[in-house]
Design a protein around this ligand. Structure first.
Ligand code: SAM
Ligand code: SF4
Length: 341
């Protein structure tokens, strides 16, 4: 691999054909996971052979090359990023770029192993983590994730808080499952000093469950919360799909991600790279370029930069998610664990 180091380069920033400036990379470091959330993957999920997954060195080089072209924020995700064995080496290496081209290094985790790693993350320059938590009810947690690990997750959240990490919870809103609990979950999160963002379930990849049955439009959740609290629209923005509110009574921030009902694509600033180095310029599209082939080619620098330029050319104007009929195929065949959440 012969990618030139970013500090020696005067590289052209990533700007797509619609003049959207790309500053945010979501990098999946593994497709593996220790949970099996029913809306995310089947119980017998087939994971990728290790040789197909980018090495630590490849992930590091790729990240530096993105930083060289204007990426300011990297979110490590998966699968579950903390199940990858050399993950802390990557976090330490990328942590050295924070304040040095990179504004922020962060990760999205299911929290099961956060207790073990929270201190290292904080010491490496990570300031904020997103933890996915759909319920605080042990029986429902086991049903939704097919694993009995709620206690580990809550311990992980506690450890992250103690390490000084700022925590945002991500909660997928599921009709008839966690629907009734959501306001209490929001109140609990805000009581702990955490932000919380609710997400509508998206039609990504084949799963055994019927996601359409559990699709819950967040407009309904918002109505329920407005009956209980005063929600004020907030100007807070991360350049992503979330709309934010401040809740007067709890003093906390609530985000709503409504990919199926809202269009947020005009301000899109992000790219996604899978654990196998496939760059998807849109979570909801089939367009992709193969960064792994470029990284493993004999002319890495030229091929890699050409691949990034191609991604800028093909990044679609908007996604094409729809909640389909009951028996329909997923709108996008990839699981969320492939492209990263
Ligand atoms: N394993 C980590 C976690 O759970 O936080 C990181 C990867 S996970 C794919 C990222 C986020 O995607 C999680 O918050 C999860 O709830 C969400 N997610 C997975 N499948 C989804 C789907 N079909 N629709 C909406 N959100 C989904
Ligand atoms: Fe694993 Fe995250 Fe998917 Fe749940 S949502 S199965 S924790 S990758």
């Amino acid at each position: 691999m012969k990618l030139r180091h970013h500090k020696t380069m005067n590289a052209i920033p990533l700007v797509d054909s619609l003049q959207r400036r790309i500053t945010y990379l979501r990098l999946s470091v593994t497709d593996r996971c220790d949970l099996r959330c029913t809306y995310c993957m089947p119980e017998a999920m087939q994971f990728l052979p290790k040789k197909d997954v980018l090495s630590l060195e490849e992930l590091h080089q790729l990240s530096l090359a993105f930083i060289a072209r204007g990426v300011r924020k990297i979110r490590l995700t998966g699968g579950e990023p903390l199940v990858r064995r050399d993950m802390m080496d990557l976090v330490r290496a990328l942590g050295r770029e924070v304040g040095n081209g990179l504004d922020e290094l962060t990760l999205t985790t299911n929290g099961t192993q956060l207790a073990q790693y929270a201190d290292i993350l904080a010491a490496s320059g990570v300031r904020r983590v997103n933890v996915s938590l759909d319920t605080r009810d042990p029986a429902l947690f086991s049903r939704l994730t097919r694993r009995n690990r709620l206690a580990n997750v809550l311990e992980g959240i506690e450890a992250a808080k103690a390490a000084g990490l700022h925590i945002k919870l991500n909660t997928v809103a599921l009709k008839g499952l966690n629907e009734a609990e959501i306001p209490d979950l929001v109140a609990w999160a805000h009581g702990q000093g955490f932000d919380i963002t609710l997400i509508e379930v998206m039609p990504l990849g084949e799963v055994e469950d019927d996601r359409v049955d559990h699709y819950l439009p967040l407009s309904a959740v918002q109505d329920a919360m407005q009956r209980r609290w005063t929600l004020r629209s907030s100007s807070h923005s991360t350049g992503g799909p979330a709309r934010y509110f401040e809740i007067e009574e709890t003093g906390g921030r609530l985000g709503l991600i409504t990919p199926l009902t809202n269009n947020f694509c005009a301000g899109c600033n992000r790219l996604r790279v899978t654990a196998t180095g496939q760059l998807y310029p849109c979570l909801g599209g089939a367009e992709r370029v193969d960064l792994r082939a470029a990284l493993r080619s004999s002319n890495t620098e030229v091929e890699f930069q050409a691949a990034l330029d191609e991604a800028m050319r093909i990044k679609p104007e908007r996604h094409h998610f729809r909640i389909e009929a009951r028996d329909a195929q997923p709108a996008v065949p990839r699981h969320m664990s492939m492209t990263g959440g």
